[in-house]
Ligand binder design. Sequence first.
Ligand SMILES: CC(C)(COP(=O)(O)OP(=O)(O)OC[C@H]1O[C@@H](n2cnc3c(N)ncnc32)[C@H](O)[C@@H]1OP(=O)(O)O)[C@@H](O)C(=O)NCCC(=O)NCCS
Length: 152
Amino acid sequence: MEAKAGRTIPEARTLAAAIGDDTRLVVVAVVRRAVAVRSDGEEDVLGWGKTHFWDYADGSAPSGHYLGGLSVRPDWRRHGIGTILTQARLDWIWRRASEAWYVVDASNLASIDLHRGWGFREVARAPSFHTTKFDGGEGALMRAPRPGTATY
Ligand SMILES: CC(C)(COP(=O)(O)OP(=O)(O)OC[C@H]1O[C@@H](n2cnc3c(N)ncnc32)[C@H](O)[C@@H]1OP(=O)(O)O)[C@@H](O)C(=O)NCCC(=O)NCCS
């Protein structure tokens, strides 16, 4: 998958572990292109995302299902792929929990804008949450309630 995406993914081992973990979901967006000499075509990976289940709290970051690892190939951004990958992961989380979480570099406005559509709001800031460190920056902890559940 990484080779077809045309770049090295530093967290490939982490991704492999996530795929084999029942408490997590990994989603991949592909496009199938026709190849003249083949009838089955070839798939290009355009983006991916995963979830992570933390079974313990870390400061203000509670246990629960977190979105993570969302990445869309630069030449395919602003085509709705990040939205589709996020909707699929949230549908999966909503079947298991009444709230979803994610952490983001507070300066990553593209990600914050993307997630706003599902009602994600900032609940805390810190230099790190669980194992995610925001070197030289500040991280934001974001929460969204399952649609139809009370907000607080
Ligand atoms: C963030 C990222 C995943 C968005 O993927 P994408 O496929 O381009 O997202 P979409 O096309 O579904 O965009 C949906 C909405 O998100 C917001 N958005 C996406 N990219 C944006 C940008 N660069 N600036 C501002 N808003 C942005 C917009 O509201 C957009 O709707 P619009 O295109 O109608 O204006 C992509 O830019 C990326 O891979 N960035 C690098 C990795 C990263 O930051 N991941 C998130 C870590 S928490």
